[in-house]
Each structure stands twice: as C-alpha cells, then as structure tokens.
Write a protein that binds this ligand. Structure first.
Ligand code: PRP
Ligand code: ZN
Ligand code: MG
Length: 210
C-alpha cells in the first residue's frame, strides 16, 4: 500500500482527483472524509492543506504527494519532485496598486511587501540587489495595499481576476509553477515499484490528453 497526499480544497484538488481517476484508479470520496482507500490499486489517499504536503512527504508520513511547485520550493524541498503534471499552471508575481508609477524592480527598494512566499521572494530580490521589508501573511494577500498594510504584494496569479478585483497590476514575474508529483526519497522497493506504475499511468494520461 502506498500513501498519496493531495490538496483538500483549492486550485489543485479537482484536477488531482481527475488525474487519479483517469489513471483508472477507483475510490469513494466525500468532502468530510480526509482519508480514503482505492478499491482497485494499493493506494491510500490523504486530503490535506497543500502547504503541509511537502513536509509530510519529506518526513515519510505520506509516500507521495501532488502539489504546486510554488508550495514545494517555498517549503524548501525542490528535490522531492519526480514528475511534472501539466495542470494548475500559475505564476508568482509582484503587484502594486494600479495608480502607482513603476519603472523597474529597483522601485521596490525599501518598500513593504506582503507575501505568503518569503523564501522564493527573498531569493529573487537578493538576486536583483533589492532590499525590501517582507511581511509574511498566509492568505488574502491581495488586500494588503488597499488597506495600507503594504506597498506591494507577491502572490500567485492564475487568471488574474484576484489582482483585477483588488485594483492591482502585475509588475514582475518571480517564479513559474505547475502541479508536480513528489515522492519521499527513501521508498521501499515495493513502494518504488508502485510509484513507477503510477508514473507510467500518469504519463499515458497526459499523452492521451494531447
Ligand atoms: C491563489 C492566490 C489568489 C488566487 C489567484 O491562491 O492566493 O488567491 O490563487 O488566482 P486568480 O489569478 O485566478 O484570481 P491559491 O489557489 O494558491 O490558494 P492558497 O493560497 O489559499 O493556497
Ligand atoms: Zn495553500
Ligand atoms: Mg490564496
């Protein structure tokens, strides 16, 4: 039996479940049950907060996970990635109020930036030679400039509706992301074999979709 962690609710949930089903794996799911077993493959599925998934896989609490590269890299475990999945594509971007002038990233020098991604953003700014004050908040980051909490934000952009709805404009792309399959690095031979079977099926699903 191999244990796979997926997002309980959010941008990746629906597509993660669809991928597992398209791999020919059947299971019952209800939104209240946080753990389920497949009926025709030795797989157990855990439904977790996406931010917790990299740590659980690193520690071996879960063997596998489906998570965005944004969350994986921010958690500091990029080496767990074993397969790109091609869905939930998005970017991590810097944005400012639409009314503000902007020429280059140097304009952010000394500014207050709200983000849920201090690690990725910190590295990016250091690479650009910009020093800014990062304020880490875990959600609704896009509200920060309009309530005077920050001069700029750095958060995930997918369709762009959240930026638009909050009077913000995207000024720099910091990181590009998609959903990936991750795996613990000390799987038993038996689990390694199950992982390979899953990867084979996922690759076939992606080929069939094209
Ligand atoms: C991201 C981000 C915005 C939204 C942007 O959240 O924080 O809320 O997506 O999408 P849009 O450009 O299509 O409007 P995410 O789904 O990653 O959830 P989380 O931050 O709560 O984990
Ligand atoms: Zn999240
Ligand atoms: Mg969000």
């Amino acid at each position: 039996m191999i244990r796979l962690a997926i997002q309980k609710s959010g941008r990746l949930s629906e597509d993660s479940l669809n991928l597992i089903r398209e791999c020919g794996i059947s299971f019952l799911s209800s939104s209240y049950k946080l753990k389920t077993e497949a009926t025709n493959f030795p797989l157990e599925i855990l439904f977790l907060r996406d931010d917790d998934i990299p740590g659980y896989v690193q520690d071996g609490v879960a063997d596998l996970g489906i998570v965005g590269q944004n969350v994986l890299v921010e958690a500091g475990f990029p080496d767990l990635e074993v397969e790109k999945l091609g869905f939930s594509k998005c970017r991590l971007s810097l944005a400012i109020l639409r009314s503000e002038a902007y020429n280059s990233v140097a304009d952010l020098q000394g500014k207050n930036i709200a983000t849920s991604y201090p690690q990725i953003l910190g590295r990016y700014l250091a690479g650009e030679g910009v020093q800014a004050n990062l304020h880490t908040i875990s959600g609704s980051v896009e509200i920060a400039p309009s309530i005077g909490l920050a001069d700029a934000i750095c958060d995930i952009v997918s369709s762009g509706s959240t930026l638009l709805g909050n009077g913000l404009r995207e000024v720099e792309t910091v990181f590009r992301s998609e959903a990936v399959l991750i795996a613990n690095q000390q799987l038993t031979a038996e689990k390694q074999e199950l992982l390979e079977q899953l990867q084979f099926r996922m690759q076939s699903v992606r080929r069939a979709r094209r």
